[in-house]
Design a protein around this ligand. Structure first.
Ligand code: NAP
Ligand code: ZN
Length: 335
């Protein structure tokens, strides 16, 4: 393929427009993937709008990609033509630093995000290092698995890293793309799960997905009622919120994990952390090793995204619905 065709943002907040870029000879460690599906993560919206100040225009968004390998570089031995693979937030890393060597490629200082400074998955094809094109278990359908490549791994990793287990009481704040997968994975870990949401119409579905409790965070006093209840709380909200109340909702030794990028600095009282040995942590997506494991768990525990399907050409409509918190629960573009 000499040219890749997609939809690109050309300026902060602008509509995505048709865009082509030329590709030369395939790099020795890369694979080329013909894209069938791509999820619309809220991070794409942040990038289109340059909320994080790191966007370089024009660029094609998209980092929840599923497709088929159509070409392999001369040094690639771990993928072959016809493999169905998934690509998430990361497209490459240095491969030799301390973090890459211990399997934490997502922490590599030279990690290359799939659609920052390069072009992502709202397109007909993409090229990435073969290590970041993860084979997908056969039982997982392409449309439902695409959102797991970023949204799924982002909620799976903190459950794994903070040792969620059947005795754990876990809260998930924000029942969107990440949150609806967080409920399902927390159940797969055997936890007791509470959904925290500003949308009361999500209660029935949150319970169907596995939530034991549903807390409408807009109800006065709702968070006071759950003070001291949780071992682990995952915040997937991209807006500012009352983080102190969620710290108060932790049990001793509990951890609040920040996954969503809220615009203002977090306001948390230090004393409320130290007295009961609580922690506030951040968590990025995950390494290729974590992606393999997460997909395997999804396949065996029937974790899948609830999706709204859009044609690739209708990406602008999908992005608008994500911005307006209208999507139930992940928009997925299909070629
Ligand atoms: P999403 O589908 O839009 O879901 C976010 C949810 O947050 C919404 O469904 C809504 O849930 C809640 N929410 C929205 N506006 C709110 C407000 N003003 N106040 C309180 N709650 C609000 O987004 P997503 O794709 O899940 O991504 C969520 C965040 O995670 C984004 O900031 C994204 O950039 C970030 N992210 C981080 C990583 C990472 O590596 N850590 C990876 C992927 C995404 P309710 O209707 O239930 O309230
Ligand atoms: Zn994402």
């Amino acid at each position: 393929m000499a040219e890749i065709q997609g939809l690109a943002a050309h300026a902060a907040g602008a509509q995505l427009l048709s865009f082509k870029y030329k590709v030369g000879e395939l790099a020795p460690n890369d694979v080329e993937v013909k894209i069938s599906h791509c999820g619309v993560c809220h991070s794409d919206v942040h990038l289109i709008d340059n909320d994080w100040g790191i966007s370089k225009y024009p660029f094609i968004p998209g980092h929840e990609i599923v497709g088929t390998v159509t070409a392999v570089g001369s040094l690639v031995t771990d993928r072959k033509l016809g493999d169905r693979v998934g690509i998430g937030w990361q497209a490459d890393s240095c491969g030799v630093c301390e973090w890459c060597r211990q399997g934490d490629e997502h922490l590599c200082a030279k990690a290359r995000p799939t659609c920052v400074g390069r072009n992502g998955g709202y397109a007909d094809a993409i090229r990435v290092n073969s290590r970041f094109a993860i084979p997908i278990p056969e039982v997982l359908e392409s449309e439902n698995v695409a959102p797991l490549l970023c949204g799924g791994i982002t909620v799976y990793s903190p459950l794994r890293n903070h040792l969620a287990r059947p005795s754990s009481r876990v809260g998930v704040i924000g029942i969107g793309g990440l949150g609806h997968l967080g409920i399902q994975f927390a159940r797969a870990f055997g936890c007791e799960v509470t959904a925290f949401s500003t949308s009361k119409d999500k209660e029935a579905e949150a319970r169907t997905l596995g939530a034991h409790q549903f807390v409408n965070t807009l109800d006065t006093g709702a968070l006071k009622k759950v003070a001291g209840c949780y071992d682990l709380i995952l915040s997937t909200v991209s807006a500012d919120q009352d983080f102190q109340s969620f710290v108060n909702a932790l049990r001793p030794k509990g951890t609040l994990v920040v996954l969503g990028a809220s615009p203002s600095p977090l306001q948390i009282n230090g004393f409320s952390l130290l007295s009961q040995q609580k922690a506030v942590a951040g968590s990025p997506t995950g390494s290729p090793r974590d992606l393999y494991e997460m997909l395997d768990v999804a396949a065996r525990h029937n974790v899948k995204a609830i999706t709204e399907s859009f044609k690739m050409k209708d990406a602008n409509e999908a992005v608008k619905r994500v911005k307006n918190n209208k999507v139930r629960y992940r928009a997925v573009l299909a070629n």
